[in-house]
Design a protein around this ligand. Structure first.
Ligand SMILES: [Zn+2]
Length: 379
């Protein structure tokens, strides 16, 4: 029987991949440019209407400047409500009062985009699962299903959001909460499967009254402490466009770095809005640098750029931090820009691949928790 052209092609691809491996040793070492300025721990390929950058263009843009990058879309889709905005098609959540809803197809979209890359290009990106509703007890089951449908692709979950200024209140359905057991199920699965978690949770509400209790801080520390085996990156140090750093922000960040119960919690300094706070005054930059220099293993740089057309968008965020880079020790600077990314995401790749293998033939997961009314019997 002669080999079909399709099989012959696949065979030669396997040989080519093998040769690449044999000639270069570790594929990661060979394909990630040594001289890259940074790895991007926080990057959105698509926007709030699920459109964005072709992943192959992204890898081209990264060139020799960005070594590796996380890749995620946005879990939320902005609805175009004709009743609300007529012919105006909103592409951002602040452009309309219509609700946002969870768009699970983003995970299939990201997975297929990743699969369109060559093996050499794939080495440079870490796709993340985001298309789940963190208020849904079934969210963890969605994540499990995505991993088993697209094995070999994902390194983590997120960026997903619990409290975010102007966003959380717009999401259709039940509002997300740090105290919801649905979130505990998600973080339990992340620990089990080795997924890195990127969580956006503002440290406070926008425009708080002067003596208003920042209740989210206590809830967040409680959540982190309940999941000591989950690798969690707290996005943007908890600040936002309007949500300002708390007066004792430096002390809060330092407490996370020194509390042994929170040793699994990392922080990213992504978003140009965060760079504005950090570089607002020489004192603010100095305070931030001091903490990072003392705990260099706990911070990651990311851009939080959404659907860029050129690498300039990411480089602009990196450059905005120039005053901070200047104050970091060489060791801390390397770890924040690249070292911590490599440590966390390399570990995740190994662990998630092993989990996928171990669970590939496992019977369909049945949630441990179930309503007392009986489960799974109705057709
Ligand atoms: Zn983001």
């Amino acid at each position: 029987m002669s080999m079909s052209p399709c099989r012959a092609l696949r065979c030669s691809a396997v040989v080519a991949a093998f040769l690449t491996l044999a000639l270069s040793g570790s594929p990661a070492a060979a394909q990630v440019p040594d001289g890259a300025d940074f790895h991007d721990a926080h990057f959105h390929l698509t926007n709030y209407v699920q459109e964005g950058t072709d992943i192959r263009d992204l890898v081209d843009m990264m060139g020799g400047t960005i070594g590796r990058s996380t890749v995620f879309g946005l879990p939320l889709q902005q609805m175009w409500s004709y009743r609300n905005t007529g012919d105006f098609a909103p592409v951002y959540y602040l452009q309309t009062d219509a609700p946002l809803y969870y768009y699970s197809f983003t995970d299939a979209h990201i997975a297929m985009a990743y699969r369109s890359l060559t093996a050499e290009q794939q080495v440079r990106v870490d796709p993340m699962i985001t298309g789940f509703n963190p208020a849904d007890m079934y969210a963890a089951d969605h994540i499990r299903r995505v991993l088993l449908t697209f094995p070999g692709v994902f390194s983590g979950i997120g960026e997903f959001t619990v409290h975010k200024e102007f966003v959380s209140a717009k999401v259709a359905g039940e509002v997300a909460s740090l105290t919801n057991p649905a979130l505990d199920r998600i973080l339990d699965l992340a620990a089990e499967a080795g997924l890195v978690v990127i969580l956006h949770n503002d440290i406070n509400m926008p425009f708080p009254k002067p003596d208003q209790e920042p209740y989210m801080l206590a809830q967040m520390k409680g959540l982190f402490a309940r999941h000591p085996d989950t690798t969690i990156i707290w996005a943007h140090l908890g600040v936002g466009r309007i949500v300002r750093p708390l007066a004792n922000q430096a002390a809060i960040v330092e407490k996370i770095c020194t509390d042994p119960a929170l040793a699994h919690v990392y922080m990213d300094i992504s978003w140009d809005e965060v760079a504005k706070y950090v570089t607002a005054t020489p004192e603010a930059t100095r305070r931030t640098a001091d903490i990072i220099n003392r705990y260099p293993d706990r911070f990651l740089f990311g851009t939080d750029v959404v659907a860029p057309r050129a690498v300039d968008a990411m480089v602009a965020v990196y450059d905005a931090y120039a005053p901070l880079w200047a104050l970091l020790t060489p060791e801390a600077s390397f770890k924040v820009r690249k070292g911590n990314y490599e440590r966390l995401f390399d570990a995740a790749r190994v662990r998630v691949r092993a989990w996928e293998k171990a669970n590939a033939d496992a019977p369909r997961a049945v949630p441990e928790w179930s309503p007392s009314s009986g489960k799974g019997t109705q057709e």
